[in-house]
Design a protein around this ligand. Structure first.
Ligand SMILES: NC(=O)c1ccc[n+]([C@@H]2O[C@H](COP(=O)([O-])OP(=O)(O)OC[C@H]3O[C@@H](n4cnc5c(N)ncnc54)[C@H](OP(=O)(O)O)[C@@H]3O)[C@@H](O)[C@H]2O)c1
Length: 343
């Protein structure tokens, strides 16, 4: 039985962790792609601190895909479909399945319908499956849909989560406006080009799973400010007292049938004593609560990116979002045994 052949697409904070996990789970890494001069031309193992792997990092996806014919591309590059389309289109056009951490790709049908439909059509033509996964997959979508399945009647679903910007790379710190002044933040927030919130895509996935009809969708956003001068590891810079260290979005979707879905999500640079939270409350019959205590979001992002690979390789071609995939499983054995074996 042959191994799964993977290309690591983006060699930053997340894919450095995922590369180790892929190797641990018996995946053959046949290529790697990045952008900067500091990484392109170097060995993937040298950049990720894993020792020589014999995989030279390239910046030419078409060449890498044609030469290595991978089963899957593991993408950790950016957050929004407007940017992610470049990597996802390259995968789809070459018939390469893709798992991506791009947050909007979790459920992009409502926020970027044209791009998603275009990618879906290309993937269906070439036989590839494209899926957005990561921390949201289980903790913000599938664990919640399972709990909803234990209710008789739901009036509202309310989620609250936070994560530390400093667990991720500079791409994330930039997205979260870390280091901006409040004036710069307000200007960014008012700009017409502000991308969708991560919470919006989470709620879209939850509502889609119930089959309910969205009627009103609102988002409010507030900046989180540094209580004192602090250092951001992701930004690799000091942040002055009163400057932006991230922000909190509150998304809400009301439905024609009655249930209201709300999600408050905060992504900011933490003070030393803070930890990630994940709490969901369902009002109705019965009242239900799920709280995960302190969640190691950085690791659970990468475990889900890796553990989803067999499901994505086996799924129908097209843009397949996570609420349509089987329940995520712990992978005790090499990943190829779940695809070509009987696991
Ligand atoms: N879904 C989730 O649960 C979840 C969790 C964490 C992070 N994320 C998202 O995943 C993304 C990556 O996170 P990270 O912490 O790993 O970020 P990061 O450390 O900044 O890494 C991003 C990587 O992408 C590479 N890159 C950028 N543009 C590229 C392009 N056009 N072609 C090829 N490579 C390109 C960068 O290359 P160079 O370094 O060579 O410039 C870098 O290696 C972020 O957008 C983040 O929001 C999602």
């Amino acid at each position: 039985m042959r191994k799964i052949k993977a290309v690591v697409y983006g060699v930053g904070a997340m894919n450095t962790i995922a590369t180790r996990m892929l190797l641990d789970k018996g995946v053959e890494i046949v290529g790697a792609l990045s952008r900067s001069e500091a990484k392109v031309g170097k060995d993937l193992g040298a950049v990720t601190g894993l020792g020589e792997l014999g995989v030279t990092i390239s910046n030419d996806p078409a060449e890498v895909f044609k030469r290595t014919t991978p089963d899957v591309a593991v993408i950790a590059v950016n957050s929004y479909m407007a940017d992610a389309v470049e990597q996802l289109r390259a995968c789809a056009e070459h018939g390469v399945n893709a798992v991506t951490l791009s947050e909007e790709a979790l459920y992009p049908w409502k926020t970027s319908p044209e791009i998603t439909e275009e990618l879906d059509a290309i993937a269906k033509r070439t036989g590839a499956t494209l899926t957005g996964t990561g921390h949201q997959d289980v903790y913000w979508v599938n664990i919640v849909t399972m709990m909803m399945g234990t209710a008789h009647k739901i009036d509202s679903v309310t989620g609250r989560a936070s994560w530390n910007v400093d667990d991720f790379g500079p791409e994330v710190a930039g997205d979260q406006q870390v280091g901006s002044s409040v004036t710069e933040f307000d200007k960014w927030l008012k700009s017409a080009s502000r991308p969708p919130t991560f919470g919006r895509n989470v709620l879209d996935a939850l509502v889609a799973h119930t089959g309910l009809t969205p009627t009103k969708i609102t988002t409010t956003t507030r900046p989180d400010l540094a209580p004192s001068r602090m250092y951001s590891k992701a930004l690799q810079a000091e942040v002055e007292e009163g400057a932006v260290i991230g922000f909190t979005d509150v998304d809400e979707i009301r439905t024609e049938e009655g249930p209201v879905f709300t999600f408050e999500m905060s992504g900011r640079v933490y003070m030393p004593e803070e930890g990630d939270i994940n709490q969901w409350d369902i009002a109705g019959e019965p009242e239900l609560t799920l709280s995960n205590g302190t969640v190691p979001t950085q690791i659970t992002t990468c475990t889900q990116l890796v553990n989803r690979i067999p499901d994505v390789i086996k799924a129908e071609p097209g843009f397949v979002t996570v609420e349509k995939l089987p329940a995520l499983r712990y992978r005790a054995f090499p990943l190829h045994e779940y695809v070509w074996g009987t696991r």
